[in-house]
Design a protein around this ligand. Sequence first.
Ligand code: PGA
Length: 239
Amino acid sequence: MINLDNYSSIFIANWKLNGNYSFLKEYYEKLKVNSNNCTIICSSSIYLQSLKGNNKNLFCGAQDVSLFKEGAYTGELSASMLRDNNIDFCLVGHSERRQYFAETNNNVKTKSLNLIEENIIPVICIGETLEQKENNLTEEILFTQIKESIPNSATHQNALIAYEPVWAIGTGLTPTLDEINQVHELIKNFDQKFINYKVLYGGSVKSSNSKEITELTHVDGCLIGGASLKVDEFNTIIS
Ligand code: PGA
């Protein structure tokens, strides 16, 4: 089992629906992982077998998993299939999945449970929309997402939380540093059980802001979309 406490920071590249074999080849040729940190690359399913890991500080991640364990579910990919392909992490409940694929908190919980059973670390994504933020609902929304999306079997050793304000994803906008730190503290204090969880920040992280975000007391790493597609930029972030 991967010991998440061994790393000072965790960085996850979420390539989303991008990449191909030549992109992958060049990426891994240029990628420079930092030995104190944990770096995880999450590709589209079809490229999962081509991802590279070293079981030390570089790991392979999926972007989604089926709700179902096996059976007549055409087109799906189960947690045990991910395990069979040496996938150690999987994003769950990313806001794009919640928004475009109608994924509910309950779905996120089932998927996380299935992953934990297969010894895969779910990266459980939560975050408020701009409208919710403007109506001062951030706290309420996050608490509901946490309560309903995180299974009882999750612990700080087998699951990660990613706080991604929906309005910050792919927009170039970010909360202030104080806001990020406060929300992360809030998440960790929601219940005693979350105190030791690693909580990553995601939403418009780039090389110019990653250092100050990662240095915040309650931030344990970052989930990076757009900027993770440029390997030089990603190298700067993870260094
Ligand atoms: P972004 O995406 O870094 O492009 O804002 C983050 C994410 O969607 O995980």
